[in-house]
Design a protein around this ligand. Structure first.
Ligand code: ATP
Length: 242
């Protein structure tokens, strides 16, 4: 059994005085893909924001960092990035005025191992040859699919312990989505990168993830191995709508 990398307990999140997460508990295991599913407004994006501490949060999120545990609630977002949490936000979060290459370089801004950074950049280009062909192109002029590939590659340049992905399938054609999900699986299997994937497309996410949580209006309605949830017809009908 893989060890717990992150553990959230009684996590609550607020926008001003409005509470949108209510005592959410979840764990992310080392080397595994965890998915958070739910309808519009369930609190999926907010859960990722809570991990990065870009939303007001109470409760606890513990990073199991080897010899010691680190509490993320109350930490700065910059410190959390330096601990190895990379975020691919909804809307992708590339720097549209910069070239593909400069976006990748920015993704490695906290690293000083230049040779390894260059190696990781080559790896990004070999994973996504479309990015290699467009390395000097302005990111804002890329197609939606290419921007998603760049956003994922930029986040990986951190060599993250955890990759947070917010609806990577959003607005993309099925063939591009299939390619991106195939490569996400490869990144997890080959490099052991742990992922927390937020998706509205439950079928797609359950096909990739090891473990799933279902959020309903800020509460965890159910959780379990992705395979089990996928094969439970009543759960699928009641909660996932397919
Ligand atoms: P979607 O799939 O539509 O993106 P979601 O599950 O990711 O939904 P969140 O974006 O986390 O849901 O939103 C949860 C709740 O918090 C919603 O009711 C939303 O209106 C509210 N909310 C989100 N962002 C803000 C904000 N910046 N200010 C105020 N309320 C917000």
């Amino acid at each position: 059994m893989a060890s717990k990398l992150f553990e959230a307990k009684k996590l609550c999140a607020f926008y001003g005085s409005t509470q949108v997460l209510f005592d959410v508990d979840f764990s992310i295991h080392t080397g595994k893909i965890t998915t958070i599913l739910g309808a519009n407004g369930a609190g999926k994006t907010t859960t990722l924001r809570a991990l990065c501490q870009t939303v007001r949060t109470t409760g606890s999120i513990t990073l199991n960092a080897g010899a010691r545990d680190v509490q993320l609630v109350g930490e700065s977002t910059d410190a959390i990035v330096r601990m190895g949490v990379a975020h691919v936000p909804d809307g992708r979060g590339t720097f549209t005025a910069l070239s593909v290459e400069d976006n990748l370089k920015l993704g490695a801004y906290v690293r000083s191992d230049k040779a390894e950074v260059a190696r990781d950049m080559d790896k990004a280009y070999s994973r996504f040859p479309r990015l290699a062909e467009r390395r000097h192109q302005q990111a804002g002029t890329l197609s939606g699919g290419e921007q998603q590939m760049l956003a994922i590659s930029r986040a990986l340049m951190l060599r993250p312990k955890l990759l947070l992905l917010d609806e990577p399938s959003f607005g993309l054609a099925p063939l591009i989505v299939a390619e991106i999900f195939r490569i996400m699986r490869q990144i997890n299997a080959e490099d052991g990168v742990s992922m927390l994937l937020v998706e509205q497309n439950a079928s797609l996410a359950l096909g990739l993830a090891h473990h799933a949580y279902l959020l309903e209006t800020g509460y965890v309605a159910l959780s379990g191995p992705a395979e089990q949830i996928k094969s439970d017809e009543s759960v699928r009908r009641a909660y996932l709508g397919y």
